[in-house]
Design a binder for this molecule. Structure first.
Ligand code: UDX
Length: 434
């Protein structure tokens, strides 16, 4: 089976590399020649554990190639995945599907026999059907089916998530498309991955509501953490206690400075808009969006409180800038809200992130960056942990205490244990714990 993947962003690249690992013949297309040149040379533009090795091996073995020429790639394929971006539209929060529609038009122009056009980008309900209309209008004679196959991979564990998903969701309208998609995911039958077939709209709703539900779970535990602090309870034990109920489940109950990333903020907003448009507002998610925005700002007060209520003139080391560990992605990272505010309030920030500093420098050029965590902490009045990189767990706490001017630690990801930190003489502030 020959597959073309249009758009070599996060989802496209992982989809292409993983399907080629399943043994299919893959061509990845992108309009950006520099990106394609880099990929042809075996360099991937994002930091994602395991992906570069996979891309290099598949390319070497001839199952994966990269091109800017969409036409021949489409003509030469049985299945075409659309994995272009659907960013938030300025102003109204709707997902902007213009790149998806443009891809559909290109596909229409090169249809030469039956093909299946699959949306893997996260698209608002109705988009896959709209794509069918776009193609049909341009090529009334063409033979094709559309399908919706949303992707649930997480950054930082994208390859593993693609290869071992909890489930695969496929929205289809014809038996023929259903069979082809089933064949594509055959390697996952071996590990007994459930494949749920649905109609197009249902598949699209599943994607948005999955992300919204997870965002809601995080927001819930963040609010519970605030309560725990007030009443002297421990949020991690609360999470464990409620998570043991299988109806609730233990995951996505880790409190922090609010969710960020390329999906949750964008997808919750888009769901809110879609629901309002259809006069079926999902008010619970509207509240989640508002609370998560507020939470990021509330973290600034928390940091100030740890420094006697005033950050003016204080030197603060900031460790971790990306929206989560194992990625260089800064999109919607809480750091983008918290750090400029602290700076406006007169704090002198020195920041470090294991891989996100190039991105961070572009977005926050006025901040000072350090090449290692100890340099950032030297003579600081406090250190703030914003992302739970594993390397931070292995920091030399004795050295840390010696180089800090004041041993104040604000741990917004609960990397350390309060008892250990207090025993070592730190003034330790974390989330949802005594
Ligand atoms: C998410 C979904 O998990 C994935 O299924 C979807 O395809 C894309 O969006 P991703 O954005 O890569 O993936 O990261 P994820 O690990 O889900 O974390 C999202 C945000 O929530 C991060 O800012 C993270 O720090 C935060 N988070 C997550 C918490 O604060 N607490 C948790 O318990 C889990």
């Amino acid at each position: 089976m020959k597959i073309t993947v249009i758009g070599t962003g996060y989802v496209g690249l992982v989809t292409g590399a993983c399907f080629s690992e399943f043994g299919f013949d893959i061509t990845c297309v992108d309009t950006d020649p520099r990106k394609i040149e880099a990929l042809q040379a075996g360099r991937i533009p994002i930091f994602e554990p395991g992906l570069e090795a996979l891309v290099q091996r598949s390319a070497l073995e001839g199952r994966l190639r990269f091109t800017t020429e969409a036409g021949p790639a489409i003509e030469n394929s049985d299945v075409i995945f659309i994995t272009v971006g659907t960013p938030s539209r300025r102003g109204d929060g709707h997902a902007d599907v213009s790149f998806v529609v443009a891809a559909a038009e290109t596909i229409a122009d090169h249809l030469n026999g039956y093909k299946i056009v699959v949306t893997k980008s996260t698209v608002p309900v109705g988009t896959t059907r709209r794509i069918a209309e776009v193609i049909r209008k341009r090529r009334p004679d063409a033979q094709f089916d559309v399908a919706s196959n949303p992707e649930f991979l997480r950054e930082g564990s994208a390859v593993e998530d693609f290869m071992r998903p909890d489930r695969v969701i496929v929205g289809v309208e014809s038996e023929r498309a259903r069979e082809v998609l089933r064949q594509l995911y055959r390697p996952l039958h071996l590990i007994e991955t459930p494949i749920l077939f649905a109609d197009l709209e249902t598949a699209e709703v599943i994607k948005y509501t999955s992300n919204a539900f997870l965002a809601m779970k995080i927001t819930f535990i963040n609010q519970v953490a605030d309560l725990c602090e007030k009443v002297g309870a421990d949020v991690h034990n609360v999470a464990k206690g409620i998570g043991l109920d299988r109806r609730i489940g233990p995951k996505f109950l880790h409190p922090g400075p609010g969710y960020g990333g390329s999906c949750f903020p964008k997808d919750t907003l888009a769901l809110v808009q879609t629901a309002r448009d259809h006069d079926a507002p999902i008010e619970i998610i509207e509240t989640v969006v508002r609370l998560n925005d507020q939470r990021k700002i509330a973290m600034v007060d928390r940091i100030a409180a740890a420094l006697d209520g005033n950050v003016q003139g204080k030197r603060i080391a900031v460790l971790g800038l990306t929206f989560k560990p194992n990625t260089d992605d800064m999109r919607e990272s809480p750091s983008l809200v918290i750090l400029p505010r602290l700076q406006e309030m007169g704090a002198k920030l020195r920041c470090f992130d294991p891989v996100g500093m190039t991105e961070a420098r572009d977005l926050m050029p006025d901040l000072t960056y350090s090449s290692d965590p100890y340099e950032a902490m030297q003579d600081a009045d406090a250190v703030v942990f914003l992302t739970e990189w594993n390397s931070f767990r292995a920091l030399d706490l004795e050295r840390m205490k010696q180089i800090l001017r004041r041993p104040v630690v604000v741990d917004l990801r609960n990397i350390y244990r309060p008892a250990d930190m207090r025993e070592r003489g730190f003034a330790y502030h974390s989330i949802g714990r005594k």
